[in-house]
Design a protein around this ligand. Structure first.
Ligand SMILES: Cc1cc2nc3c(=O)[nH]c(=O)nc-3n(C[C@H](O)[C@H](O)[C@H](O)COP(=O)(O)OP(=O)(O)OC[C@H]3O[C@@H](n4cnc5c(N)ncnc54)[C@H](O)[C@@H]3O)c2cc1C
Length: 401
């Protein structure tokens, strides 16, 4: 009887899981194990680019790739994971309920922005977390040109000065000027709880972020959280008010809610604790990968971050190891000791750092060239050719950006 490896999610973790599982099965010439991937769309949505204005190239089709390697794609959204019964209940594209059985399950359903229960946030704050929300923000920004000129119209508040907030804010002066004209007096304000500009990113990189902010005219309001969002702007906890027609929320992220359906320990982001082979601790048949996995990257106590840099390597490991488990062959422990950061700083350039302490290696134009290469080539799916795609899914290939 055919055994089933079922993957939930077609992001970085899910796509690479599927390819690496097929790769190992192929090497062992095992045609009696099928790889099925369940996701709302057969496409890789390149979330790291959702702070950009042109979203048309941020979606890569996966249908031809899955066909080329023999991954069975099922369109739908998982609603329930029955761990004991080894089945996943889902809603298909027409809204009908259906189910899939599994022998090994790989949970790769990613993460989403964690909006706190704050007055006005759901009605008035935008985000850049999903394709739909990024499109909504872009439509709103385009619409500003039809509004009467005012300081509020020309102001964007970005809540959160972490990775996503910084990339969103630094791109914003150019995005606003493209819509409102070069002469427009645009204001971009980052509201952050930190005491210094970019402090959450580490000391070395923070001074580069401050320099880029100065050059681009992006200002920071530090040390006070947002207490309320409304149609005309935000109110800070310290009583200060900023009038702004556009508020972008970037603070906080949480793992997919499907993680809660699996018994196991979770970290503060809701990620499932996994062993070195990415099997969920306490589970026999379930792996977690990408943003759903709390995984050690080395022997020194570092853990994967919720980044596509980690999700790609985690995916190559989880697919390989789920297949290895079924085949009864040795798994390859997940290991990713090298960590880098490449942060887009808009028209100023980008900054590339190495190591967990984020040692600055490249800045400005050089950093930007690398960022462009990462964001337009390296993180995209491999060519839809069986030999190329399977070779690219080797879990021993190091991911360095
Ligand atoms: C604006 C922004 C900028 C970023 N910049 C960077 C960066 O510069 N560098 C970096 O390394 N990372 C960056 N990231 C983080 C990176 O995008 C994520 O860490 C990465 O996408 C995680 O990959 P994943 O496969 O785990 O999840 P995702 O990419 O989120 O994919 C999840 C998949 O699961 C599917 N899914 C969800 N729920 C269900 C369900 N119920 N049933 C079936 N399928 C489901 C989704 O449709 C999707 O296909 C950024 C993220 C954002 C939002």
């Amino acid at each position: 009887m055919t055994q089933q490896i079922l993957i939930i999610g077609a992001g970085f973790g899910g796509m690479w899981s599927a390819l690496s599982a097929v790769r190992l099965l192929d090497q062992h010439e095992r045609l009696d194990v099928a790889v099925t991937l369940l996701a709302p769309q057969a496409e890789l949505r390149v979330r790291p680019r959702f702070y950009e204005s042109d979203l048309t190239t941020t979606v890569a089709p996966l249908g031809p790739l899955f066909d080329a390697v023999g991954v069975h794609f099922v369109q739908g959204s998982a609603t329930r994971i029955d761990t004991a019964g080894k089945r996943v209940v889902y809603r298909d594209a027409s809204g009908a309920q259906a189910e899939l059985n599994f022998d090994r399950l790989i949970l790769a359903s990613g993460s989403q922005v964690a909006r706190p229960p704050l007055a006005g946030i759901d009605r008035f704050a935008f985000d850049v977390d999903s394709l739909e929300s990024a499109q909504k923000l872009e439509t709103h920004l385009q619409g500003l040109r039809h509004k009467p000129a005012s300081q509020a119209r020309n102001t964007v508040v970005v809540v959160g000065g972490g990775f996503t907030g910084i990339e969103t804010a630094m791109e914003m002066p150019a995005r606003l000027r493209a819509i409102l004209g070069n002469e427009a007096d645009v204001r971009v304000i980052v509201v952050d709880m930190g005491k210094q500009v970019g402090s959450v990113m580490g000391e070395q990189i923070a001074s580069v972020i401050a320099q880029a902010s100065d050059t681009l005219g992006v200002t920071w309001k530090l040390g006070s959280p947002v207490s309320l969002v409304d149609e005309h702007g935000v109110q800070l906890d310290n009583g200060e008010r900023i009038e702004a027609s556009t508020v972008v929320w970037t603070v906080g992220v949480k793992a997919s809610p499907l993680t809660q359906q699996i018994d196991g320990e979770r970290d503060a982001f809701g990620r499932l604790h996994v062993d070195r082979n990415l099997k969920v601790l306490g589970q026999d048949s379930i792996y977690a990968t990408g943003d759903t996995a709390y995984a050690a990257v080395d022997e020194r106590g570092n853990h994967a971050l919720m980044t596509c840099q980690h999700a790609i390597a985690l995916g190559r490991s989880s697919g390989n190891n789920a297949a290895a488990d079924l085949l009864g062959v040795e798994p390859i422990a997940y290991s990713q000791p090298k960590y880098v950061t490449c942060l887009d700083l808009g028209a100023w350039g980008a900054v590339f750092t190495e190591g967990w302490e984020r040692k600055v290696v490249l800045t400005g134009k050089e950093g930007k060239e690398l960022k462009t290469q990462i964001n337009t080539q390296w993180i995209y799916p491999p060519q839809a050719r069986r030999d190329i795609a399977l070779a690219a899914a080797d879990p021993l290939i190091p991911v360095v950006a």
